[in-house]
Ligand binder design. Structure first.
Ligand code: TYM
Length: 332
């Protein structure tokens, strides 16, 4: 059976972008693939400037959000990356095998570094750590959104390189597992939904807050008046309907939009109702966790313990194959 691993940055609470692109899928996969591993990648979050107090709060918030979204510690391991030291150990090993040019070609590196005067090496090395995250558990299947596909290509290259030198077939070649909602756009319809761009809808936002964001959200730019027919395929609101509304409702949206039966506001109201219906149980679970915060600590501790056992076994074999095992007397 496939070994599943994925990670998420502690960017605070979940938003509908990382939820639909990844976490919703994780929640489903934990039932079909018991023993899957899902990691809050806090070491990734320190590759740029950051405030320790903010990071601390966001790590907590992400752990809480993942459990509220439905990850169940009795089915999957949810854990903090920095609780398993082997991530950084394997990362260093992979650094020695990774050509600089491959790292400089990564789109996310180019985007991030273009905005910086002095570029921390951690931003360049980021995908190496990501390869280590996955291969530490010898995972072959990585449920992610589309923006992570290039990083996974690098993980496969790394796996091939290590295997060729130290042990054919030891590491798998991890493949991305994408959802139909692999790239959720922000409410401005211009860029990927992302906390850093401030264009998100948070999973824990109230019904009113969600509506206040949906109301002015971008639709088909060619549709100026209510009496103009719209084109659902270019409308970000329709993309969200695909995630939150039933097939029958989606068909109705297409019908109403293309015949100008509904205005954009009518369409957004239906979306709002469906979103609230899906998100309400998540908010309720978050409230229940707030009443019993120890449950979050327990879940993360159990997750880290399981992850550590797998990671230590991988590293034992990696060190041995690389000539790095604990020193023993030379053979006579
Ligand atoms: P991160 O924290 O940016 O995002 C977490 C997951 O959510 C997906 N995602 C989206 N999907 C669709 N539309 C969006 N607007 C959207 N925003 C986020 C991401 O594709 C991702 O699957 N580098 C990773 C974290 C990471 C990781 C790993 C992932 C570190 N190590 C190992 C997988 C395996 C990141 O920054 O994800």
């Amino acid at each position: 059976m496939a070994r599943i691993f994925s990670g998420i940055q502690p960017s605070g609470e979940l938003h509908i972008g990382n939820y639909l692109g990844a976490v919703k899928n994780w929640v489903q996969l934990q039932h079909t693939h018991p023993g899957s591993l899902f990691c809050v990648v806090d070491y990734h979050a320190i590759s740029g400037n950051y405030d320790p107090a903010v990071l601390r709060a966001r790590r907590w918030e992400m752990a809480r959000s993942l459990l509220a979204a439905g990850l169940d510690p009795s089915k999957a391991s949810v854990f903090m990356q920095s609780d398993v030291a082997e991530h950084t150990e394997l990362s260093w090993i992979f650094t020695t095998l990774t050509p600089l040019g491959d790292l400089e070609r990564q789109t996310q590196y180019k985007d991030k570094s273009a905005k910086l005067e002095s570029i921390p090496a951690g931003i360049l090395m980021y995908p190496v750590l990501q390869a280590a995250d996955i291969l530490l558990y010898r995972a072959d299947t990585v449920p992610v959104g589309e923006d992570q596909v290039q990083h996974l290509e690098l993980a496969r290259d790394t796996s091939r390189k290590w295997n060729a030198r130290f042990g054919e077939g030891f590491f798998p070649e991890p493949q991305p597992l994408l959802t139909p909602t692999r790239r959720i756009m922000g409410l401005d319809g211009q860029a990927k939904m992302s906390k850093s761009l401030g264009n998100t809808i948070g999973l824990m936002e109230s019904d009113e807050e969600i509506w206040a964001k949906l109301r002015p959200a971008m639709t088909d730019p060619a549709r100026v008046r209510k009496i103009d027919p719209g084109n659902p395929e270019v409308c970000n609101i329709f993309q969200l309907h695909k995630a939150f509304s039933s097939a029958a409702e989606q068909a109705n949206v297409v019908q109403q939009c293309t015949t100008a039966g509904w205005g954009c506001m009518d369409c957004k109201k239906v979306l709002h109702t469906n979103m609230v219906q899906e998100l309400t149980p998540i908010r309720r679970r978050a409230e229940a966790l707030d009443a019993e915060p120890q449950r979050i600590l327990d879940a993360m501790a159990t997750g880290a313990q399981t992850a550590r056992a797998i990671a230590q076994e991988t590293m034992r074999e990696v060190r041995e194959r690389m000539g790095l095992e604990t020193l023993t007397l030379p053979k006579a």
